[in-house]
Write a protein that binds this ligand. Structure first.
Ligand SMILES: *Cc1c(COP(=O)(O)O)cnc(C)c1O
Length: 361
Protein backbone atom coordinates (compact mmCIF):
# COMPACT_ATOMS: atom_id res chain seq x y z
CA UNK A 1 0.00 0.00 0.00
CA UNK A 2 1.15 3.55 -0.73
CA UNK A 3 2.29 5.42 2.34
CA UNK A 4 0.82 8.92 2.45
CA UNK A 5 2.21 11.66 4.66
CA UNK A 6 -0.16 13.59 6.88
CA UNK A 7 0.79 16.78 5.11
CA UNK A 8 0.17 20.04 6.96
CA UNK A 9 1.86 22.17 4.30
CA UNK A 10 0.55 25.69 3.74
CA UNK A 11 0.99 25.26 0.00
CA UNK A 12 1.42 23.49 -2.31
CA UNK A 13 -0.85 21.50 -0.08
CA UNK A 14 -2.48 18.14 0.40
CA UNK A 15 -4.98 16.98 -2.26
CA UNK A 16 -7.84 14.52 -1.81
CA UNK A 17 -6.49 10.99 -2.21
CA UNK A 18 -9.44 9.98 -4.40
CA UNK A 19 -8.58 12.79 -6.82
CA UNK A 20 -4.98 11.62 -7.10
CA UNK A 21 -6.13 8.06 -7.63
CA UNK A 22 -8.56 9.07 -10.35
CA UNK A 23 -5.84 11.12 -12.07
CA UNK A 24 -3.49 8.15 -11.85
CA UNK A 25 -6.08 5.81 -13.31
CA UNK A 26 -6.57 8.15 -16.28
CA UNK A 27 -2.98 9.31 -16.54
CA UNK A 28 -1.69 7.36 -19.52
CA UNK A 29 -4.94 7.00 -21.42
CA UNK A 30 -7.51 9.63 -20.57
CA UNK A 31 -10.89 7.99 -21.13
CA UNK A 32 -10.03 6.19 -24.33
CA UNK A 33 -8.26 9.09 -26.04
CA UNK A 34 -4.96 7.20 -26.01
CA UNK A 35 -3.17 10.10 -24.40
CA UNK A 36 -2.83 11.94 -21.12
CA UNK A 37 -4.45 15.30 -20.44
CA UNK A 38 -0.92 16.75 -20.57
CA UNK A 39 -0.54 15.65 -24.17
CA UNK A 40 -3.82 16.66 -25.74
CA UNK A 41 -4.65 19.79 -27.69
CA UNK A 42 -6.32 22.48 -25.66
CA UNK A 43 -8.66 22.84 -28.67
CA UNK A 44 -9.71 19.16 -28.63
CA UNK A 45 -13.22 18.01 -27.70
CA UNK A 46 -11.86 15.92 -24.82
CA UNK A 47 -10.08 18.91 -23.29
CA UNK A 48 -13.02 21.20 -23.97
CA UNK A 49 -15.20 18.97 -21.84
CA UNK A 50 -12.63 19.02 -19.00
CA UNK A 51 -12.28 22.79 -19.18
CA UNK A 52 -15.98 23.63 -19.39
CA UNK A 53 -16.75 21.01 -16.77
CA UNK A 54 -14.33 22.60 -14.31
CA UNK A 55 -15.80 26.06 -14.93
CA UNK A 56 -19.35 24.75 -14.52
CA UNK A 57 -18.60 22.92 -11.27
CA UNK A 58 -16.88 25.98 -9.79
CA UNK A 59 -19.78 28.15 -10.89
CA UNK A 60 -22.22 25.87 -9.07
CA UNK A 61 -20.11 25.69 -5.92
CA UNK A 62 -19.51 29.43 -5.71
CA UNK A 63 -23.08 30.15 -6.81
CA UNK A 64 -21.67 32.66 -9.27
CA UNK A 65 -24.31 34.05 -11.60
CA UNK A 66 -23.83 35.16 -15.21
CA UNK A 67 -22.63 38.60 -14.17
CA UNK A 68 -19.35 36.98 -13.09
CA UNK A 69 -16.85 35.29 -15.43
CA UNK A 70 -14.73 32.43 -14.18
CA UNK A 71 -11.17 32.54 -15.49
CA UNK A 72 -8.18 30.23 -15.31
CA UNK A 73 -4.99 32.27 -15.51
CA UNK A 74 -1.32 31.69 -14.84
CA UNK A 75 1.32 33.54 -12.85
CA UNK A 76 -0.16 32.59 -9.47
CA UNK A 77 -1.88 34.88 -7.02
CA UNK A 78 1.23 37.04 -7.20
CA UNK A 79 0.53 38.11 -10.78
CA UNK A 80 -2.93 39.17 -9.61
CA UNK A 81 -1.22 41.62 -7.25
CA UNK A 82 -0.25 43.44 -10.48
CA UNK A 83 -3.15 42.61 -12.78
CA UNK A 84 -5.75 43.94 -10.36
CA UNK A 85 -4.38 47.50 -10.27
CA UNK A 86 -3.40 47.46 -13.96
CA UNK A 87 -7.00 46.66 -14.91
CA UNK A 88 -8.97 48.41 -12.21
CA UNK A 89 -7.00 51.35 -10.88
CA UNK A 90 -7.98 53.54 -13.73
CA UNK A 91 -10.62 56.11 -12.91
CA UNK A 92 -9.59 57.72 -9.61
CA UNK A 93 -6.15 56.08 -9.94
CA UNK A 94 -6.55 55.34 -6.27
CA UNK A 95 -7.45 52.21 -4.34
CA UNK A 96 -8.00 51.23 -0.71
CA UNK A 97 -6.12 48.26 0.70
CA UNK A 98 -6.56 46.61 4.08
CA UNK A 99 -3.20 45.46 5.42
CA UNK A 100 -3.66 42.19 7.30
CA UNK A 101 -0.34 40.47 6.72
CA UNK A 102 2.55 39.61 4.45
CA UNK A 103 0.47 38.80 1.38
CA UNK A 104 -1.56 42.00 1.73
CA UNK A 105 1.71 43.90 1.98
CA UNK A 106 2.90 42.37 -1.29
CA UNK A 107 -0.37 43.27 -2.99
CA UNK A 108 -0.01 46.82 -1.66
CA UNK A 109 3.56 47.11 -2.95
CA UNK A 110 2.54 46.08 -6.47
CA UNK A 111 -0.50 48.37 -6.55
CA UNK A 112 1.72 51.24 -5.49
CA UNK A 113 3.59 50.87 -8.78
CA UNK A 114 0.40 51.59 -10.70
CA UNK A 115 -1.33 54.30 -8.68
CA UNK A 116 -2.04 55.65 -5.24
CA UNK A 117 -2.68 53.17 -2.45
CA UNK A 118 -4.49 54.20 0.71
CA UNK A 119 -4.21 51.92 3.71
CA UNK A 120 -7.85 51.74 4.77
CA UNK A 121 -7.14 49.57 7.78
CA UNK A 122 -4.25 47.64 9.26
CA UNK A 123 -3.43 45.26 12.07
CA UNK A 124 0.29 45.65 11.58
CA UNK A 125 0.80 47.31 14.98
CA UNK A 126 -0.72 44.23 16.58
CA UNK A 127 1.59 41.88 14.67
CA UNK A 128 -1.29 40.98 12.35
CA UNK A 129 -3.01 38.93 15.05
CA UNK A 130 -6.50 40.06 14.09
CA UNK A 131 -8.75 41.40 11.34
CA UNK A 132 -9.89 45.04 11.66
CA UNK A 133 -13.61 45.45 12.26
CA UNK A 134 -15.83 47.34 9.85
CA UNK A 135 -15.95 50.42 12.13
CA UNK A 136 -12.15 50.61 12.09
CA UNK A 137 -12.00 50.79 8.29
CA UNK A 138 -11.54 54.18 6.73
CA UNK A 139 -12.96 53.64 3.25
CA UNK A 140 -12.80 56.14 0.41
CA UNK A 141 -16.15 56.18 -1.46
CA UNK A 142 -14.39 57.37 -4.63
CA UNK A 143 -11.67 54.68 -4.64
CA UNK A 144 -11.45 52.50 -7.74
CA UNK A 145 -11.73 49.39 -5.56
CA UNK A 146 -11.10 48.05 -2.07
CA UNK A 147 -8.75 45.10 -1.62
CA UNK A 148 -8.73 42.59 1.23
CA UNK A 149 -6.99 39.26 1.89
CA UNK A 150 -9.72 36.99 3.22
CA UNK A 151 -7.38 34.49 4.89
CA UNK A 152 -3.90 35.33 6.05
CA UNK A 153 -2.01 32.13 5.46
CA UNK A 154 1.04 33.09 7.52
CA UNK A 155 -0.68 34.70 10.53
CA UNK A 156 -3.69 32.39 10.67
CA UNK A 157 -6.34 35.08 10.63
CA UNK A 158 -9.48 35.08 8.51
CA UNK A 159 -12.16 37.69 7.84
CA UNK A 160 -15.38 36.60 9.54
CA UNK A 161 -17.38 39.24 7.71
CA UNK A 162 -17.49 40.83 4.28
CA UNK A 163 -16.85 44.55 4.56
CA UNK A 164 -19.55 46.89 3.37
CA UNK A 165 -18.04 48.96 0.56
CA UNK A 166 -21.06 50.73 -0.94
CA UNK A 167 -20.68 51.05 -4.70
CA UNK A 168 -16.91 50.55 -4.65
CA UNK A 169 -16.00 47.10 -6.04
CA UNK A 170 -14.61 44.72 -3.43
CA UNK A 171 -11.54 42.75 -4.57
CA UNK A 172 -10.26 39.84 -2.52
CA UNK A 173 -7.25 37.57 -2.47
CA UNK A 174 -8.97 34.31 -1.49
CA UNK A 175 -5.96 32.06 -2.16
CA UNK A 176 -6.03 30.18 1.10
CA UNK A 177 -9.73 29.95 1.97
CA UNK A 178 -11.51 29.64 -1.37
CA UNK A 179 -13.99 26.74 -1.26
CA UNK A 180 -13.53 26.26 2.49
CA UNK A 181 -16.99 27.71 3.14
CA UNK A 182 -19.79 29.36 1.16
CA UNK A 183 -19.03 32.78 -0.32
CA UNK A 184 -21.56 35.45 -1.32
CA UNK A 185 -20.25 36.33 -4.78
CA UNK A 186 -22.78 39.13 -5.17
CA UNK A 187 -20.63 41.12 -2.73
CA UNK A 188 -17.42 40.84 -4.75
CA UNK A 189 -16.27 42.54 -7.93
CA UNK A 190 -13.29 40.22 -8.24
CA UNK A 191 -11.77 37.36 -6.28
CA UNK A 192 -8.55 35.55 -7.09
CA UNK A 193 -6.66 32.54 -5.80
CA UNK A 194 -3.55 30.57 -6.63
CA UNK A 195 -4.77 26.98 -6.90
CA UNK A 196 -2.15 25.29 -4.75
CA UNK A 197 -3.83 25.74 -1.37
CA UNK A 198 -7.40 24.59 -1.66
CA UNK A 199 -8.10 24.04 -5.36
CA UNK A 200 -5.45 21.87 -6.95
CA UNK A 201 -1.85 22.02 -8.12
CA UNK A 202 0.28 25.12 -8.62
CA UNK A 203 0.33 26.54 -12.13
CA UNK A 204 -3.18 27.85 -12.46
CA UNK A 205 -4.99 30.62 -10.65
CA UNK A 206 -8.71 31.15 -10.42
CA UNK A 207 -10.19 34.58 -11.04
CA UNK A 208 -13.90 35.29 -10.69
CA UNK A 209 -14.63 38.74 -12.03
CA UNK A 210 -17.79 40.74 -12.59
CA UNK A 211 -18.30 41.85 -16.19
CA UNK A 212 -18.62 45.56 -15.40
CA UNK A 213 -15.32 45.44 -13.50
CA UNK A 214 -13.54 44.14 -16.62
CA UNK A 215 -14.74 47.12 -18.64
CA UNK A 216 -12.59 49.49 -16.64
CA UNK A 217 -9.27 48.31 -18.03
CA UNK A 218 -7.34 50.59 -20.36
CA UNK A 219 -6.68 49.15 -23.81
CA UNK A 220 -3.02 50.00 -23.57
CA UNK A 221 -2.05 47.17 -21.24
CA UNK A 222 -0.67 43.93 -22.70
CA UNK A 223 -3.25 41.47 -23.99
CA UNK A 224 -2.21 38.73 -21.59
CA UNK A 225 -2.54 41.14 -18.68
CA UNK A 226 -6.13 42.15 -19.51
CA UNK A 227 -8.97 40.24 -17.89
CA UNK A 228 -11.17 41.00 -20.88
CA UNK A 229 -8.83 39.07 -23.22
CA UNK A 230 -9.25 35.92 -21.17
CA UNK A 231 -12.95 36.40 -20.50
CA UNK A 232 -13.73 36.78 -24.21
CA UNK A 233 -11.85 33.58 -25.04
CA UNK A 234 -13.08 31.48 -22.12
CA UNK A 235 -9.52 31.30 -20.73
CA UNK A 236 -8.36 29.78 -24.04
CA UNK A 237 -6.67 32.86 -25.51
CA UNK A 238 -3.37 31.01 -25.21
CA UNK A 239 -2.53 27.51 -24.01
CA UNK A 240 -3.94 27.24 -20.51
CA UNK A 241 -2.48 25.11 -17.71
CA UNK A 242 -4.50 22.13 -18.98
CA UNK A 243 -3.31 19.56 -16.47
CA UNK A 244 -3.71 21.86 -13.49
CA UNK A 245 -7.20 22.84 -14.64
CA UNK A 246 -8.10 19.17 -15.03
CA UNK A 247 -7.09 18.52 -11.41
CA UNK A 248 -8.95 21.64 -10.21
CA UNK A 249 -12.04 20.21 -11.93
CA UNK A 250 -11.60 16.89 -10.12
CA UNK A 251 -11.13 18.66 -6.78
CA UNK A 252 -14.24 20.78 -7.37
CA UNK A 253 -16.23 17.62 -8.16
CA UNK A 254 -14.85 16.05 -4.99
CA UNK A 255 -16.05 19.06 -2.98
CA UNK A 256 -19.47 18.69 -4.56
CA UNK A 257 -19.45 15.00 -3.70
CA UNK A 258 -18.72 15.93 -0.06
CA UNK A 259 -21.93 17.96 -0.06
CA UNK A 260 -20.65 21.32 -1.31
CA UNK A 261 -19.39 24.36 0.54
CA UNK A 262 -21.81 24.15 3.49
CA UNK A 263 -20.52 20.68 4.27
CA UNK A 264 -16.96 21.82 3.73
CA UNK A 265 -17.48 24.58 6.29
CA UNK A 266 -18.96 22.21 8.85
CA UNK A 267 -16.07 19.79 8.40
CA UNK A 268 -13.51 22.60 8.57
CA UNK A 269 -15.06 24.05 11.73
CA UNK A 270 -14.96 20.66 13.35
CA UNK A 271 -11.33 20.00 12.36
CA UNK A 272 -10.12 23.44 13.43
CA UNK A 273 -12.14 23.13 16.65
CA UNK A 274 -10.16 20.05 17.72
CA UNK A 275 -6.93 22.05 17.58
CA UNK A 276 -8.33 25.31 18.99
CA UNK A 277 -9.73 23.38 21.96
CA UNK A 278 -6.16 22.54 22.93
CA UNK A 279 -4.85 26.04 22.29
CA UNK A 280 -7.68 27.50 24.37
CA UNK A 281 -6.43 25.68 27.46
CA UNK A 282 -3.49 28.10 27.23
CA UNK A 283 -1.32 25.77 29.24
CA UNK A 284 1.47 24.49 27.04
CA UNK A 285 0.39 25.58 23.56
CA UNK A 286 -0.42 29.19 22.76
CA UNK A 287 -2.36 30.24 19.66
CA UNK A 288 -1.08 33.46 18.11
CA UNK A 289 -4.23 34.73 16.35
CA UNK A 290 -6.94 36.51 18.31
CA UNK A 291 -9.99 34.38 18.93
CA UNK A 292 -12.46 36.49 16.92
CA UNK A 293 -10.22 36.49 13.84
CA UNK A 294 -8.80 33.02 13.70
CA UNK A 295 -8.60 30.94 10.58
CA UNK A 296 -10.18 27.59 9.79
CA UNK A 297 -7.36 26.85 7.36
CA UNK A 298 -4.03 27.79 8.95
CA UNK A 299 -3.46 27.46 12.68
CA UNK A 300 -0.20 28.94 13.97
CA UNK A 301 0.83 28.37 17.57
CA UNK A 302 3.82 28.54 19.88
CA UNK A 303 5.33 26.20 22.45
CA UNK A 304 7.09 27.41 25.61
CA UNK A 305 10.54 27.45 23.95
CA UNK A 306 12.01 27.33 20.46
CA UNK A 307 13.91 24.23 21.46
CA UNK A 308 10.60 22.48 22.22
CA UNK A 309 9.23 23.72 18.89
CA UNK A 310 12.14 22.11 17.05
CA UNK A 311 11.55 18.84 18.89
CA UNK A 312 7.83 19.05 18.18
CA UNK A 313 8.43 19.38 14.43
CA UNK A 314 11.04 16.61 14.40
CA UNK A 315 9.01 14.13 16.46
CA UNK A 316 5.82 14.83 14.51
CA UNK A 317 7.70 14.30 11.28
CA UNK A 318 8.98 10.94 12.55
CA UNK A 319 5.33 9.99 13.00
CA UNK A 320 4.39 10.96 9.45
CA UNK A 321 3.11 14.49 10.12
CA UNK A 322 5.02 16.79 7.82
CA UNK A 323 5.41 20.52 7.20
CA UNK A 324 4.38 21.71 10.67
CA UNK A 325 7.11 24.32 10.92
CA UNK A 326 5.74 27.87 10.98
CA UNK A 327 6.53 30.35 8.21
CA UNK A 328 10.16 31.46 8.43
CA UNK A 329 9.07 35.07 9.04
CA UNK A 330 7.13 34.27 12.24
CA UNK A 331 8.57 30.98 13.54
CA UNK A 332 6.64 28.61 15.77
CA UNK A 333 4.33 25.88 14.49
CA UNK A 334 1.67 26.11 11.81
CA UNK A 335 -0.87 23.42 11.01
CA UNK A 336 -2.52 24.05 7.65
CA UNK A 337 -5.69 22.02 7.47
CA UNK A 338 -7.25 22.71 4.10
CA UNK A 339 -10.35 20.95 2.74
CA UNK A 340 -8.38 17.87 1.72
CA UNK A 341 -6.89 17.27 5.18
CA UNK A 342 -8.92 14.36 6.52
CA UNK A 343 -10.40 14.56 9.97
CA UNK A 344 -8.30 11.54 10.92
CA UNK A 345 -5.16 13.57 10.13
CA UNK A 346 -6.20 16.27 12.56
CA UNK A 347 -7.09 13.66 15.19
CA UNK A 348 -3.62 12.16 14.82
CA UNK A 349 -2.07 15.60 15.30
CA UNK A 350 -4.21 16.35 18.35
CA UNK A 351 -3.29 13.02 19.97
CA UNK A 352 0.37 13.78 19.26
CA UNK A 353 0.03 17.27 20.79
CA UNK A 354 -1.48 15.83 23.96
CA UNK A 355 1.23 13.20 24.24
CA UNK A 356 3.99 15.75 23.55
CA UNK A 357 2.62 17.99 26.29
CA UNK A 358 2.49 15.08 28.73
CA UNK A 359 6.14 14.33 28.05
CA UNK A 360 7.45 17.89 28.04
CA UNK A 361 4.85 20.05 29.80
C1 LIG B 1 0.13 31.59 -1.18
C2 LIG B 1 -0.52 32.89 -1.21
C3 LIG B 1 -0.22 33.83 -2.21
C4 LIG B 1 0.83 33.61 -3.27
O1 LIG B 1 0.41 32.73 -4.22
P1 LIG B 1 1.29 32.39 -5.51
O2 LIG B 1 0.34 31.57 -6.32
O3 LIG B 1 2.49 31.65 -5.05
O4 LIG B 1 1.66 33.66 -6.18
C5 LIG B 1 -0.93 35.02 -2.21
N1 LIG B 1 -1.86 35.28 -1.28
C6 LIG B 1 -2.16 34.40 -0.31
C7 LIG B 1 -3.22 34.74 0.69
C8 LIG B 1 -1.50 33.18 -0.25
O5 LIG B 1 -1.79 32.30 0.72
Amino acid sequence: MTKRAINFSAGPAILPLSVLEEARRDLVDYQGTGMSVMEMSHRSPAYDEIHLGAVATLRRLLQAEDEHDILFLQGGASLQFSMVPMNLMFQARRADYVDTGAWSAKAIAEAGKVGEVRIAGSSREESYTRIPRQNELDLDPSADYIHITTNNTIYGTEWDYIPETGSVPLVADVSSDIMSKPIDMTRFGLIYAGAQKNLGPAGVSLVVIRKDVQDRAPKTIGSMLRYRTHAEKGSLYNTPACWAIYIVGLVARWVEGQGGLDSMQRANEEKAGFIYDILDQEAFYRGTARRESRSLMNIPFRLPTEELERRFVAEASAEGMTNLKGHRSVGGIRASIYNAMPRSGVETLVAFMQEFERKHG
